[in-house]
Ligand binder design. Structure first.
Ligand code: CMX
Length: 133
């Protein structure tokens, strides 16, 4: 397993991109909409991992609701696993609260993801995911 990315919730993606790319100097890999999760994201490569900025695309988006309640900031940590379906089943059998019963494909199948609810992970939203590249 390895850390794949750290997700940061922001109100204004374009403004945040200007900081992370132009001021901090991180390498912007892509900006894309992920309709399955109702977010627009910007991915920056940092060594073998990424920083992912997320802006909700509607008020009901998990990211919009997070910002409404807790403000901008670190939203989730994503752990890459070999088989997210197997990991989901293993964690469920251990009584861990998962957000989705089955993992879902996002970004045209580039990533398959699920989330451990923060109540099962000591206050942190953990994404478990497999990246197909
Ligand atoms: N990190 C830590 N705690 C969080 C949290 C987060 N990201 N989001 C919510 N919480 C906490 C809340 O503060 C709240 O705590 P208290 O009960 O102590 O107040 C508790 O979890 C419940 O929060 P809520 O506002 O009632 O939120 P919901 O239970 O409705 O939703 C969650 C929480 C995790 C199920 C929802 O955010 C979710 O489905 N997340 C998964 C999807 C997602 O985040 N998608 C965006 C990323 C997509 C991508 O990376 O591409």
């Amino acid at each position: 397993m390895r850390v794949d990315h750290i997700g940061i919730a922001v109100r204004n993606l374009d403004e945040a991109v200007r900081f992370y790319r132009d001021v901090l100097g991180l390498e912007l890999v892509k900006i894309e909409e992920v309709p399955e999760e109702r977010v627009r994201i910007a991915m920056f490569r940092v060594g073998n991992a990424y920083v992912e900025l997320l802006q909700g695309t509607d008020p009901e988006s998990a990211v919009s609701k997070f910002i409404e309640k807790r403000g901008e900031g670190v939203h989730h940590i994503a752990i890459h696993v070999d088989d997210v379906d197997a990991k989901t089943e293993e964690l469920k059998s251990r009584g861990v609260a998962l957000v989705y019963d089955k993992p879902r494909d996002v970004s045209h199948g580039e990533r398959r993801i699920n989330f451990v609810h923060p109540k099962s992970a000591f206050g942190v939203l953990l994404e478990i995911m497999t990246r197909r590249e």
